[in-house]
Design a binder for this molecule. Sequence first.
Ligand code: NDP
Length: 312
Amino acid sequence: MSIVLTGELAAAAYESWRQHLAPHIPAGESLELSGQCRDKNAVEIALAANPPWGELASYPNLRFVQSLWAGVDRLLGDPTLPKNVTVARLVDPAMAQSMVEGAIAATLFVHRQLPAYLRQQHHRTWRQLPQPVASHRNVSILGFGQMGQPVARALAALGFRVRAWGQHPRSDTTIVYSSGEPGLQHALAEAQILINLLPLTPATIGILNAQLFAQLPKGAALINLGRGAHLQDDDLLDALSSERLSHAVLDVFHKEPLPGSHPFWIHPQITVLPHVAATTDPATAAPLAMQNVAAFRAGRPLTGLVSRSLGY
Ligand code: NDP
């Protein structure tokens, strides 16, 4: 049997994945690259980095797809993805650590009012603004999974008043936590900084919209690290111009790269980042992906098993 590496990757990225995966391919098996696969019937495992829709359906004996990305929205959106195939997403502690750094950087950026100071510098203005301390700042995190939990803990350790929101009730955390539709209001009510770390699913698409912004305290800041399609772009522009929101740090966009004509590029209250909050590093991800492949074959529990019905 063989394992296929498939996805929309630049040649250098393909080569890097191939090199880091090769030492973990079981003896007697081969790692095929999707474009060069000689026998599609022999493929039972796919290592997938956002392959084009239809690609996975072309392997008739495919049983398991290990995503090489943490988010599986595009993978699951493929209408031809066979229903009987098991899907796991990448769970990489190195990526979560990177996300912690990215979320802290963005939170401190708005907490310490750097957007305002950058504007002041532009006008050569020397003015000290009132500076609340972290213990007076409410930060809420939408999504309390592999990314949301370490981010919540790190922000709490810095002294921020942290709340988190997820889908299911839980009692295993010291972070103030709420869940489900009623819990959202609780998470939003006092959030001066709102961080989105939800997966993109039919239930969360467009969740960052005018109705949600209206539940935040006036002047709150938004940090979107989830997916671009969580955000209603026009609603954000309206919320910024009406001062409902003060600033947005955006790492993800509907279309990436963000088109040059998009108003976000030149908006003074929007910070644009090129999807860098937590990038996948093949050096750490490849062994983890292959550990999951081995677990699948041995019938052991999988890390990051995706619920096809929940979409994450
Ligand atoms: P997880 O699956 O581990 O966590 C998802 C969290 O979202 C869980 O807490 C889950 O709740 C919650 N959730 C899902 N659906 C809902 C809903 N309808 N209502 C309320 N809560 C919901 O995912 P990760 O933490 O690993 O990743 C989250 C997302 O971060 C990824 O899907 C990806 O889009 C994005 N990401 C962005 C990166 C970047 O560089 N910008 C890098 C990596 C990831 P529960 O726990 O109750 O199930």
